[in-house]
Design a protein around this ligand. Sequence first.
Ligand code: ADP
Ligand code: MG
Length: 469
Amino acid sequence: MASETHSVNDLNEQWNRVRAKLRAEFGDAAFNSWLKPLALSDFRDGEVTLSVPTRFMRDWVASHYAIRIRDIWRLENPGLGQLVIRVRGAEAARPAAADLAEPARDGVQVDGIAPPLRREEAPDFTRDLSAALDPRLTFENFVVAKSNELAHAAARKVAESPSIPFNPLYLYGGVGLGKTHLMHAIAWHIRARDPRRKVVYLSAEKFMYQFVRALRFKDTMAFKQQFRSVDVLMIDDVQFIAGKDTTQEEFFHTFNALVDQNRQIVISGDRSPADLEGMEERLRSRLGWGLVADIHPTDYELRLGILQTKAERAGARHVPQKVLEFLAHRITSNVRELEGALNRILAYSSLVGRQITLETAQEVLQDLLRANDRRITIEEIQKRVAEHFSIRLSEMHSARRARVVARPRQVAMYLAKQLTSRSLPEIGRKFGGRDHTTVMHAVRKVEELRETDAAFAEDLDLLRRMLET
Ligand code: ADP
Ligand code: MG
């Protein structure tokens, strides 16, 4: 780096001042990502050369910042003629200035620009846009049941089709029912099958954050370009941008641009498009154009299936089936809590080094169970069971031991134990002040009958279902 008219120190100071101005003008985020990596590498004959680490960066800086850099520099040093931007370590390949076919935009030279990058070697900067994918959230790990079969089939279709089966795919359902899981699964599948397809997954919140940042740094062109160059765009939890008008507007345009170019869009929300309050009408209707698939609350079979799969995957075959059944019955709010419960049990059993029982499970999960209490009361159970067996409600509290009343009473105690978080003594008190050992005996008796008497088991199952819904 030499020049007759500028000492190295002078130059470095100029460059530092230019950098300070760039930072002030474009903001920290853009500066740190794009401008900070620039290094001053040469200045001669009125031509300053800046180098960057990658070709992609060179192109980006050249198209977004170079003219501004040159102008700022010219204010510092009117002697500056041309600005050259090149990739570091590519000195040898640098053609002489005169050989450059295209003396790019007036005074800015992008060094060594070859024919446009071929698609497969273009750096996939869209990966930076995308949130990280959770390796556990794959189709293989997704348990399919009635409640989610449509959503699952649609997600599969999007992941496997070479064309666009429907646009957008809109998935909706309550918290923890597998929307994010399916979206990650789609992304994994597509990326594995065709790594060249640019798949971007992010939450609506992150989309908004990036957009707002782009606005602040006056970098919306880059924002638009990035989003509009993806092949598959997946936006999770779209309800987040309800009421956020500017972001909605931008989202709407991005959405339309991608649909026009026949790119796949997948959206999730916590409710149907029509029910998204605070969302512009035109956007709501757009969201419903493709396939709308809702995920219903889990049912017992799905919960049990998920627990079995997860326990197996965790290498924990030793969790008794009974405990899994208990969890599937009692943790009904969402799958995330169900997993949390299972993990806690696994952690506990590995800590204490022995198999977990129903009792310890109940203890370990006390707080969760209470929160999931469907508020079935013992009174309700007594009433239902009495009706079912056509006995008077008062028999639940009476001291009569005749089989016709004693058996229903035992069933009610058993169900109280299964469906509420009451302790044995508490249950005993509600049944005419009986002792907890009586309740324990009732529970055992009913379990025994359930194993040996199919008709009884069916009856019990029916009662339970009635109470649960
Ligand atoms: P949502 O995005 O709908 O709130 P998630 O996709 O984050 O829910 O799911 C919550 C948790 O439950 C995740 O760990 C996910 O793997 C799990 N999960 C949900 N549904 C299923 C399913 N059908 N099979 C396996 N795991 C599931
Ligand atoms: Mg989610």
